[in-house]
Design a protein around this ligand. Structure first.
Ligand code: FEO
Length: 169
């Protein structure tokens, strides 16, 4: 495997684990605020991010490439309002999309078609991640302004259940 591509794929393991850590921090914030449904949504999101990391691990291992785990950065955001984690989540997903696009570009440059096929799933997944994050921001803006709306939204997010990723390696 191309050296730069290998580095980017290995680095993405860390980025996905950081995403999991970040969303656990969001879940913790919402638990502190008494919004268990929002906390549930982000706890499940954290599980999905862990799954993403493990897909990158498996892909490297399946291709006989070394996996190196680096230190995970501390989530250091503080929030002044209930909508702030949602906006931060959307920004974070846009950033992750840029990372995936960058890896795809590196695979394209060296004609690594197998890596491109693997990354296709993440290209699509990032579209869904951004749509979901944007949807949360919009719902909060529309319904989060009064107690009844916030209660209903919390109940809706509390109903989210974990499902394993559709990509199996
Ligand atoms: Fe691993 Fe939220 O993208």
């Amino acid at each position: 495997m191309d050296k730069k591509l290998h580095e980017l794929l290995n680095d993405q393991i860390n980025k996905e684990l950081y995403s999991a850590y970040l969303y656990l921090d969001f879940a913790n914030y919402y638990t502190e605020q008494g919004l268990d449904g929002f906390a549930n949504w982000y706890s499940i999101q954290a599980q999905e991010e862990r799954d993403h990391a493990l897909l990158f691990v498996k892909y490297l291992q399946n291709n006989g490439e070394k996996v190196t785990y680096e230190a995970i950065a501390k989530p250091d955001k503080t929030f002044k309002g209930l909508a702030e984690p949602l906006a931060a989540g959307l920004e974070h997903e846009k950033y992750v999309t840029s990372l995936i696009n960058n890896i795809y570009s590196a695979a394209y440059d060296v004609k690594d078609f197998r890596a491109m096929q693997f990354l296709d799933w993440f290209i699509k997944e990032q579209g869904e991640e951004e749509t979901n994050a944007d949807g949360l921001c919009k719902k909060m803006e529309l319904f989060g302004g009064d107690a009844k709306g916030l209660y209903a939204l919390d109940a809706e997010l509390g109903a989210r259940v974990y499902s394993a990723p559709s990509l199996v390696l």
